[in-house]
Write a protein that binds this ligand. Structure first.
Ligand code: SAH
Length: 409
């Protein structure tokens, strides 16, 4: 076997068959820019969507030998060995390589297990053992993703500037692929109190880790100190990852940090993250929307009380909503917030759940109603950090949980 990479951009590729194998093989061909012509009497819905979007040419009929004309590559992917054999025979006669879904030994070309990372393509042929090929590919891609391969070989383009990375809600597995990749390249990591600290374990020893919650002075100055730390290290030629909890732009002052970098002329990239506003309820089984129950969710900061003159929140308007309210930074002022919502018209028996340390091993939660939740939280000893969910979706979660087999709840 002779491995090869094909540049298919603008070149005609014939795919015969419109089932699940074609559905897996077509997207990478389109991604490579190939002009894919698919011939099949029937298509899967996903393939139909490609046709509808204009990216895929489709002939709705059985295969004809002239279909092979002008193709650089042919894929025979039907579930009929006889059709695949006919396609392969016609391709052979025209000296065109042909992949076969049914019998690799009869094919003139094999598709490897493919993985991509950054601009690296990993392709594995494992002597016709597809599971082994996939396992090998995964092993290599995984090591590329966590940076250990690049670290072992001292490779990877040097980077400078700043990346504002959303670290997700706490579970180290809930950072994005891109976030993890950039973290592996960091010279300096400035981490928030609520960012997933378990990720620091993966960092090589030379990486400087700065705990942003320990930076000096009061609240306002602390942000100034963080901004200067970002800028100063970047200007010194370091690649700085600012690892934040959840998403950088959801109550994370990410906008200010972005602005500070731009003002200093430091190149900066923002990597979105999985916000606690959605993922922490989810980890307690609460969907923030549910068909027929809630057509909206509103994410609100509870860090200032409703009657505080600094508050920018229209609580009476929120109290009129029927959907889901997600409150962050609200445990401390929960009694006042719940009372305000009831006073402004949200029914006192509206279900409420409070989830602390969501997605971590310490996760716990309590539920009640707007009338009871402040007392419930106190009694259960729930504290910071916690997400408060107000609305009927909380009862939906209870209903769903009741269907789980015992032990899975
Ligand atoms: N940028 C973050 C939010 C920062 S504000 C994000 O997108 O998730 C900090 C608040 O987020 C906390 O007070 C708490 O309300 C919530 N929070 C963050 N992580 C949490 C977690 N693991 N469990 C519960 N609440 C969390």
């Amino acid at each position: 076997m002779y491995p090869l990479g094909l540049r298919l951009a603008g070149r005609r590729v014939l795919v015969v068959g419109g089932g699940s194998v074609a559905q897996r093989r077509v997207p990478p061909l389109l991604d490579a820019g190939a002009q894919v012509h698919l011939v099949a009497p029937h298509l899967t819905p996903a393939l139909e969507a490609f046709v509808a979007s204009g990216r895929l040419a489709h002939s709705i009929r059985p295969y004809e030998p002239s279909d092979v004309d002008g193709a650089w590559l042919v894929l025979a992917l039907t579930d009929s060995p006889a059709v695949n054999a006919a396609v392969a025979g016609d391709a052979e006669a025209r000296q065109t390589f042909c992949v076969r879904a049914d019998d690799a030994m009869l094919a003139t070309a094999w598709t490897p297990a493919v993985g991509r990372h950054d601009r690296i393509t990993v392709a594995v042929h494992a002597d016709r053992d597809p599971r082994r090929a996939v396992a090998l590919r995964d092993a290599v891609v995984e090591r590329l993703a966590d940076g250990s391969l690049d670290a072992a070989f001292g490779r990877g383009e040097p980077r400078t500037g700043v990346a504002l990375v959303g670290g997700g809600p706490g579970d180290p597995e809930l950072i994005t692929v891109r976030g993890r990749r950039l973290l592996a390249r960091a010279d300096v990591v400035i981490i928030d109190h609520l960012a997933p600290h378990l990720l620091l374990d993966e960092l090589p020893a030379h990486v400087e880790v700065i705990d942003a919650s320990k930076l000096p002075y009061g609240r306002y100055m602390a942000q100034e100190a963080i901004n200067s730390a970002l800028v100063d290290h970047a200007l010194a030629g370091k690649f700085v990852v600012r690892l934040k909890g959840g998403d950088p732009f959801v109550f994370g002052r990410g906008g200010e940090e972005l602005e500070a970098c731009l003002a200093a002329g430091v190149p900066v990239e923002v990597v979105p993250g999985v916000t606690s506003a959605i993922s922490v309820p989810a980890s307690a089984g609460i969907p923030v929307t549910h068909r027929g129950v809630s057509h909206e969710f509103v994410v609100v900061s509870g860090h200032v009380a409703p009657d505080d003159p600094r508050s920018l929140v229209d609580w009476p308007a929120l109290a009129r909503l029927r959907g889901t309210l997600v409150l962050l930074m609200a445990v401390e002022r929960l009694a006042k917030i719940a009372a305000t919502l009831v006073a402004e018209g949200r029914p006192a028996d509206t279900p409420v759940a409070v989830v602390q340390d969501g997605t971590t091993t310490a996760q716990r939660s309590v539920s009640g109603t707007l009338a009871t939740i402040a007392a419930d939280v106190q009694e259960a000893g729930i504290g910071h950090p916690a997400v408060v969910v107000v609305g009927e979706v909380v009862s939906v979660a209870a209903r769903i949980a009741a269907r789980l087999p015992p032990g899975d709840a």
